[in-house]
Design a protein around this ligand. Sequence first.
Ligand code: GAL
Length: 638
Amino acid sequence: MQEAGVNLVSVGIFSWSRLEPSEGNFEFGWLDRVLDLLHDGGVQANLATATASPPPWLAHRHPEMLPVLADGVKLWHGARQHYCPSSPVYRDAAKRLVTAMAERYGKHPALAMWHVGNEYGCHVPACWCDVSAAAFRAWLRERYGSLDELNAGWGTDFWSQRYSSWEEIIPPRRTPTWPNPSQQLDFMRFSSDALLECYEIEHEVLKRATPEVPVTTNFMSFFKPLDYWKWAEREDVVSNDSYPDPSDARSGMRAAMAGDLMRSLGRGRPWILMEQTTNRVNWREINVAKAPGQMRLWSFQAVARGADGVMFFQWRQSRAGAEKHHSAMVPHGPVESSTTWRDVVRLGSELGRLDAVRGAQSRAMVAMLFDWESWWALELPSKPSTRLRQLDQVEAYYQPLFEANQLIDFARPGDDLSSYRLVLAPNLYLVSDEAAASLEAYVEGGGTAVMSFFSGIVDPAEHIRLGGYPQPFRKMLGLDVIDFLPLPADHEVALRFGDGALGRGTIWSEDIVLAGAESLATFSDLPLGGRPAITSHRFGEGTAFYLGTQPDPKTMARLLELACSSAGVEPTAEAPAGVEAVRRWARGKSFLFLLNHRDLWVDVPIARAGTNLVDGSEVHAGLVRLGPRDVAVIGEGW
Ligand code: GAL
């Protein structure tokens, strides 16, 4: 570990059955030894609470703690994460273990951070068992207060679903056709909250025992089942696990996007890349290895996007068990001949030179609204088109801005947006009155917004907002949408811009009537030939752009460039295609990260001289050369 520059290790994540081999009998000797060894070697511990995989004895004694799927199938022990999130048996046992851990190790000098559970919801994000049903009812009573309110909120007169007692209410189990959408949406909210309660139980024990020790749990990038806005509020440090597919050309962009999300979830605080693989994973159909330099590149990318720590799953590749073919820092074979080990050692020493970057902040001028509830609601079945997927839409905005080196923060609808010059709202299908009003006020006060079709359609109950689509944004956008005309799967519509430029739209079209907005582009094919497709509207002091279709990538890039220039948003740097440029600031200093995603040499123009912290070399204003997948972190003006 010392050779690799390791200074923080996650310990004990899946060791409940070792720590408590039978009910109430704890065996800590082995962990004492591990923590002492780490401490003696100058390595700190991110100590896990070990509750992500209950021991077999717990499931054997209390099978009612096992999770059940929507169609009644029970998930048994023998893998991991086999617990019903609402199970009092599981919760009590977890609390007992965490209490014992906190007592034993709260004062251990190696303890730097607590790691609660692991990847909550990764395999079992929700449970439909009877225990969960009772907990769901309790959650609903809290939310609605009365059955009448619940019946109104769920629109239960439709299809004769009116409930006459709380006991009749169940989670949305397998039904003949779609279960009630408002019920499904509430069940998603409940399921995220149920797991958050598990986290909270442990968090409370740890905070009481060791108030000064930071607590985290590892996120999984854009993980649909958990509303990470709510979760991140309960963490001292946001941490993330990132496993981009090396065989997918969009992976670099996606990893950047996940990094931006983590920074935003922590409201700008530095985060930790908790897990990544050194090389291959074991869970794709084909586990393509990272290309030479890719692990280093993606590690530096995380730091560029706000991480102050880079870690791996896993230290030593195991001999047995389900993950023995997953790469590790220490491979099965001899380290001397391992390129992975060589790369790990190099990364460790290079990261060791970035101390000055710690705590540095980013300054994004662009925010993208992102909301888990809207994502859940948008992708519930029975919509105009199932081809409309939240993350595809987010990426359609993110990709061209990533390529143009525009830094993006993610924002929760309703957040104060006043520090941003440009706000993007890809398909904000569900929106609360307050969030809609906050976006409207932002534009009215001088902000620029870009919004896509099928936004502002429902309220938080998933009821249509009546009064014409998109009801809460009609004034801001200066238009009315008369109806939606989703496009068949292989269908495109032609777009014509005022300046004669042509483009194409996919997924969606709609019948727009202007009410103050101007048309930037029209549909040129029937049935909407000549009608507005893309519009802009001066509203108060600001401008709102609207996209009534999904423009092709080039057109999207052009539109976003227009929005950026009209909002006065500048890119971080002008860099050649494939070079990512991101800046962080700390204590009056700035750090320019240059990341070459291509496997070619590139020359990057540099405005300010400085020092490349990665190798200590001096950088002169002019051109900096980067090799294939090479990186530079330039302390500007040093
Ligand atoms: C994560 C998990 C690790 C390991 C890894 C494999 O989801 O937290 O325990 O399974 O994936 O890629």
